[in-house]
Design a protein around this ligand. Structure first.
Ligand code: FAD
Length: 319
């Protein structure tokens, strides 16, 4: 119930106004967000890289409601691609199509996506299209496939294990050689489209790991690039130790090298597990969000963990 409440708060403008004015909210959010500026983001990535960890930078933003704002987001993403290149960072970028205008006009979002992919190609980098709520999944995948067919091999996307449709989508993406980050899913979805029970979401996650890793065995499955900006076909995006263990065992069972999959974490979460995997020799990438539009991202992070919510609510009443 708390999860549903915080996910609906993530979309409420009145709550955004109330919460973002409260200084403690930013203090708590900054555990999950690298900062508000490009410089903050670069500093966070430098620290991760120094610890042997790769990154993917997310210039925060979603549900952009004007063409001008969608174009501004596109410009901001081009700047971060240039900044990564100039600083020689081991980081690619993650974006959301709703940030590029998807809820206004899918052609506008596609044009902005192409602009970003072209710049990424010029600087030899990779772009991951994050997955949003189920109303946007079909169109997001359609635009990713369209970009791939147009010759962009530097685009990847995300699959959410809570969706019933995901096994088929995963097979189609793997067949097209489109790199996938597998996650459980962060939105509140109806039982008509997504598993309501955590046990089913976890079982589906394992099944999707197998689909992706079996595709890795195919000769033409894309591996990670030597400069590690391009990830392998399979990225396991989870902080759940049982999901990580399953993926490690599956790699072994299929006779794949440790580098055949990448393990991805959100900034500020389970640093202990990140370090364990680095020590064991697996590629680890951290998703580093930055920018001023941190409110909905922060609300989803609260929703994921009841302990975060209780800490936040009790602090609100103590202010
Ligand atoms: C790199 C990355 C990218 C992602 N991209 C997307 C995306 O594009 N679309 C999308 O829908 N979702 C995305 N997600 C979020 C994902 O869908 C889940 O909501 C989130 O990862 C929590 O699920 P879990 O696999 O960690 O497992 P859970 O079972 O939720 O959590 C397992 C354990 O991880 C820790 N943990 C998990 N979340 C938190 C938190 N917020 N704060 C503190 N500890 C926590 C706790 O110890 C918890 O017990 C992404 C996640 C990652 C790691």
């Amino acid at each position: 119930m708390l999860r549903a409440l915080f996910i609906s708060l993530s979309k409420a403008h009145w709550a955004q106004r109330l919460i973002t004015q409260w200084r403690f909210a930013w203090k708590m959010a900054s555990r999950f967000i690298a900062g508000e500026t490009v410089e903050d983001a670069i500093r966070a990535v430098e620290q991760l890289n120094a610890a042997g960890i790769l990154a993917t930078l997310d210039h925060l933003g979603e549900n952009t409601d004007s063409q001008a704002a969608a174009e501004q987001s596109t410009t901001d993403i081009l700047k971060i691609l240039d900044a990564i290149h100039a600083a020689g960072l081991r980081s690619n970028v993650s974006i959301k199509l709703s940030q590029l205008g998807l809820v206004l006009d899918s052609e506008l979002a596609y044009a902005n996506l192409v602009t970003i992919l072209e710049r990424a190609r010029q600087v030899g980098n990779f772009v991951r299209v994050d997955m949003e709520d189920s109303s946007l999944v079909g169109i997001t995948l359609e635009l990713v496939f369209r970009a791939r067919t147009a010759g962009f091999d530097n685009v990847g996307t995300v699959i959410q294990s809570y969706l019933y449709r995901s096994p088929e989508d995963t097979r189609n993406l793997a067949q097209a050689g489109i790199r996938v980050r597998l996650v459980k899913g962060a939105y509140k979805e109806p039982a008509s489209v997504a598993y309501p029970k955590k046990a089913d979401v976890d079982a589906a996650f394992n099944q999707l790991v197998d689909i992706l890793l079996q595709a890795e065995q195919a000769l033409d499955a894309p591996g990670g690039s030597a400069n590690v900006l391009f990830p392998p076909l399979t990225a396991v995006g989870s902080h759940d130790p049982l999901r990580l263990k399953y993926a490690r065992e599956s790699l072994k069972k299929l006779g794949l090298p440790d580098q055949a999959a990448e393990f991805q974490f959100l900034y500020g979460i389970r640093r202990d597990l990140q370090q364990d995997l680095v020590k064991a020799g697996y590629p680890v990438r951290v998703y580093v969000p930055y920018g001023t539009h941190w409110y909905p991202y922060f609300m989803r992070r609260l929703a994921e963990r009841p302990a975060n919510v209780w800490f936040f609510i009790s602090s609100f009443f103590q202010k």
